[in-house]
Write a protein that binds this ligand. Structure first.
Ligand code: BTN
Length: 270
């Protein structure tokens, strides 16, 4: 993996057997003073974590459990760009390395044939209104058999193998994701040096949002979004410049949503 990533932003690549959680390992590296950009991958996780306090089923079945740690200094308002970068990187990395037609479901699910193939969990370290470190965890079900999914996930979750009947080289897929992350990150933050991000490149950011929109299956659909404060039903109409979901609610209000859980209505419920 190391050789394939020479010349990218990644200063260290760490590959492990079983860990608790690659995000926890990456966060502990951040907290112990590690610098730069580090990728941590594992064969399995005994306490894989998902969004909203859920657990992430992580058996040793040839899946991707990958976290990217970055020490940096960026305003809190720009942290959502990492969710966009990771989502587009995961989706395009999988597409390029496997030729499977996967999509993104806002804010951070990777879906295949209308089922959840993977997810992204971004965690930050914040001081005042500055993000000083970020860990983005990416989990993708690659070679897990249909029968291996726990009962509660059957019908909702899937893997590339379960959908296509083929197995894939997960290392190659993980490298493709990291390469895409590197390109997108440098497009948006071309001046990243010594952990500092001086300016965001606006055309890089526009390109990122454009790419996201072309991969997102939420737009143009009737959805229900559960935010921390309310549930909004309506039509997903656009993605804003900061990655927020713009919804035309059933009561005719245009609402900008920064965080929430989306259900696409009329059939699809991953
Ligand atoms: C979700 O809830 O959809 C996000 C799932 C994120 C899972 C990945 S697997 C690698 C990394 N380590 C973790 O413990 N979680 C993330």
């Amino acid at each position: 993996m190391k050789d394939s990533l020479a010349g990218t932003i990644f200063t260290k690549i760490i590959c492990r057997g079983e860990v608790g959680s690659t995000n926890d390992l990456a966060l502990s590296m951040l907290d112990s003073g590690e610098d730069g950009a580090i990728a941590v991958s594992a064969d399995s996780q005994s306490s894989g974590r998902g969004r909203l306090g859920r657990s992430w089923y992580s058996p040793p079945s040839g899946n991707i459990y990958l976290s990217i740690m970055m020490r940096l200094d960026i305003p809190l308002r720009d942290a959502s760009l990492f969710t966009l970068i990771s989502g587009v990187a995961a989706c395009t990395g999988i597409r390029k390395s496997t030729r499977c037609d996967v999509h993104i479901k806002w804010p951070n699910d990777i879906v295949f044939n209308e089922k959840k193939l993977g997810g992204i969990l971004t965690e930050t370290r914040v001081e005042g209104d500055l993000v000083t470190g970020i860990v983005t965890g990416i989990g993708i079900n690659v070679n897990m058999l249909k029968a291996e999914f726990p009962e509660e996930l059957q019908g909702i979750a899937t893997s590339l193998l379960a959908e296509t009947g083929e197995s894939y080289d997960r290392r190659e897929a993980a490298v493709a994701i990291l390469k895409q992350f590197d390109v997108l990150f440098r497009d948006v933050f071309p001046q990243y040096r010594n952990n500092k991000i001086r300016e965001i490149d606006l055309s890089g950011k526009e390109k990122l949002v454009y790419l996201w929109k072309s991969l997102d299956i939420t737009l143009g659909k009737r959805i229900s979004v559960k935010t921390p404060n309310e549930t909004v039903n309506g039509m997903a109409v656009d993605i804003g410049p900061a990655g927020q979901l713009l919804v035309m609610s059933d009561s005719g209000e245009k609402i900008s949503i920064h965080a929430g859980d989306v259900t696409v209505l009329n059939g699809y419920s991953a």
